[in-house]
Design a protein around this ligand. Sequence first.
Ligand SMILES: [Cu+2]
Length: 70
Amino acid sequence: MSSTLQLVVTGMTCGGCENAVKRVLLATPGVSDVRASHVENRVEVTFESETVEPAVLREKISSLGYAVAP
Ligand SMILES: [Cu+2]
């Protein structure tokens, strides 16, 4: 089933950061859409809940050096 995850992510400072987040998440199996805004400190991920867990998506973002709010 398709689910949406809304995350508060701090540390993104420009469009390049947004693109880095998008690239990594879109390369993750099960992820179909990503929106990222460094202005709003927000990342929204559309994903298949059978394929990938939210914890994995969070870890992908934090592995890039950005902080994901709990
Ligand atoms: Cu940046």
